[in-house]
Design a protein around this ligand. Structure first.
Ligand code: NOJ
Length: 540
């Protein structure tokens, strides 16, 4: 088995949600040329790879996570030539392109599905998951991730097809070796084009057994992934990351096995789902249990040490903005954004920065008519019909809606934040006149410069990648503190997670050590931590 180079252990990944990053042709939708125009910015930040949310041909029912042609680019984003140019140009900026692979489902407009629904004896029929039945009598009660049943009736066939997401995202049948082979050939084709890796969308859901009620973590999951990896990824030196909502530490040791048999790393969500009512949906809000957050991060850091590899993230295109969520997007916006970055970037794993996070971009508070996300809109309709008040629903959307992360990137204070010269597909957050890249790049003390410095530190000190983790002050209700240690040096990270000043006695023994980075203009002299204050010390 080929041992990959593991360059990704020292890498920082930046996620681009293409439709919201940079428009180059005035149609109001971000595109590939727009990304090429911003490569200087990304190189300056210091990132090593771009995870590009899907740009394949797609009817855009779920913003590109519904693919109708894996080997073509959607005209709204450009064409294959633009994509090849992006791969090449990014390379010149020392940046690799990580493609988003959606292998659990296709669009219902994909030719495979179009064929599949022509008849039970069509050679493509078995590419999807079908069950015989009667109209109105669903095979079982499984629900789709975007609301409603997971089964859709096709009258001509007298059958239901299975979809874990929208009706327009039929699930692929991984039991069929022809499906798997077609997927491998497609991946090898992209590898030939020079892509640097892949992010595997909801990979824990491919091995479904709907008759058993199993959606995630099916019995054949890791068998499928090992075959996928052997037939494709292991033929190159790639970064591969498996999105797995249902992963625990034990399973993640398989996903990110250091022998390279599955992926480079896992992208799991346990830390980021803590602020919801137990057993309910993300929309059912609850305050963050801070001690539980410590417990979860501690368990993952120690659990994967030496036997696996994690992704480190607060944000992505499915999550609200962290500064609004667990920081303070008012008075202490910059301080709290930097504190959260410090906490995350000191950990073991590969950090992911979601576009705009490096500027401290915030959630948006729109009325329902300004939202675009299928998940948000379906939930709104469903809850209204269930009798929830509009006020409560809007509160949930403002806190957790995916469009919080999907508002256009705020480049400068010109109209539409420099994102487009046309009408943006979704409203720009009105705070762009204050929060934007132009006011932060090369400006000492900005959130952008802070992220840049954190990235530099990770490259400079091996302890970030290889140090073991020890949680300190476990029961403290304000401070998140930990040490990383690799035999050569010790790194201390202390973060005041909240908006009140607190004393941090352990700083007494560290005060004389080298202060690597801190988030106030002046490092405080004593052991007091100001609101959201964060520091990193090094002891050699
Ligand atoms: C996870 C993706 O991140 C999300 O945006 C998408 O809606 C679902 N998978 C379905 O592909």
């Amino acid at each position: 088995m080929k041992q990959p180079g593991k360059w990704w252990k020292n890498a920082v990944v930046y996620q681009i949600y293409p439709r919201s990053f940079q428009d180059s042709n005035g149609d109001g939708i971000g595109d590939i040329r727009g990304i090429i125009n911003r490569l200087d910015y990304l190189e300056k930040l210091g990132i090593d790879a771009i995870w590009l949310s899907p740009v394949y041909r797609s009817p855009q029912d779920d913003n590109g996570y519904d693919i109708s042609d894996y080997q073509d680019i959607d005209p709204m984003f450009g064409n294959l030539e633009d994509m090849e140019k992006l791969i090449r140009k990014a390379g010149e900026h020392h940046i690799r392109i990580v493609m988003d692979l959606v292998l659990n489902h296709t669009s219902d407009e994909h030719p495979w599905f179009q064929e599949a629904r022509k008849g039970k004896d069509n050679p493509f029929h078995d590419y999807y998951v079908w069950r015989d039945g009667e109209e109105g009598e669903l095979p079982n009660g499984l629900r789709s991730g975007f609301g409603g049943p997971a089964w859709e009736w096709v009258p001509e066939l007298g059958q239901y097809y299975f979809h874990q997401f929208s009706v327009k995202q039929p699930d692929l049948n991984w039991e069929n070796p022809k499906v798997r082979r077609a997927i491998y050939d497609m991946i090898l084709w992209w590898m030939d084009k020079g892509v640097g890796g892949f992010r595997l969308d909801v990979i824990d859901q491919i091995a479904k057994e709907p008759d058993q009620g199993i959606t995630g973590n099916g019995p054949k999951l890791h068998e499928f992934i090992r075959e996928l990896s052997r037939e494709t990824f292991q033929k190159g030196d790639l970064i591969t990351v498996g999105e797995a909502w249902g992963a625990d530490v034990e399973r993640s040791k398989l996903y990110s096995n250091p022998d390279g048999s599955e992926f480079s790393m896992v992208f799991q969500f346990e830390h980021i789902g803590l602020d919801q009512q137990e057993g309910k949906e993300k929309w059912d809000l609850a305050p963050l249990p801070f001690l539980k957050l410590k417990e979860v991060i501690d368990r993952w850091q120690r659990g994967l040490y030496g036997c696996g590899w994690n992704s480190l993230f607060w944000d992505n295109h499915d999550l609200p903005r962290i500064v609004s969520r667990w920081g303070n997007d008012g008075t202490y916006r910059a301080e709290s954004a930097k504190m959260l970055a410090t906490l995350l970037h000191g950990l073991q794993g590969t950090p992911y920065i979601y576009q705009g996070e490096e500027l401290g971009m915030t959630n948006a508070r729109y009325d329902i008519g300004d939202y675009r996300d299928i998940e948000t809109l379906n939930m709104y309709r469903e809850r209204i019909s269930m009798g929830y008040s509009k006020k409560d629903i809007m509160e949930s959307i403002h806190a957790k809606g995916r469009d919080n992360a999907r508002t256009p990137m705020q480049w400068d204070d010109s109209p539409n934040a420099g994102f487009t010269e046309g009408t943006p597909w979704i409203k720009v957050n009105p705070n762009y006149s204050v929060i934007n890249a132009a006011s932060q790049v090369d400006v000492p003390g900005s959130v952008f410069e802070y992220y840049r410095a954190l990235i530099r530190l990770r490259k400079e000190y091996p302890v970030f990648a290889d140090g073991c983790f020890q949680l300190l002050m476990r029961e403290d209700g304000d401070i998140f503190a930990y040490v990383r240690e690799n035999g050569e040096s010790r790194l201390l990270v202390v973060c005041n997670f909240f908006g009140r000043s607190v004393d941090c006695p352990l700083l007494k023994e560290w005060k004389a050590k080298e202060l690597l980075i801190h988030n106030y203009d002046e490092a405080g002299p004593g052991t007091m931590l100001r609101p959201y204050e964060a520091r990193m010390y090094l002891h050699r």
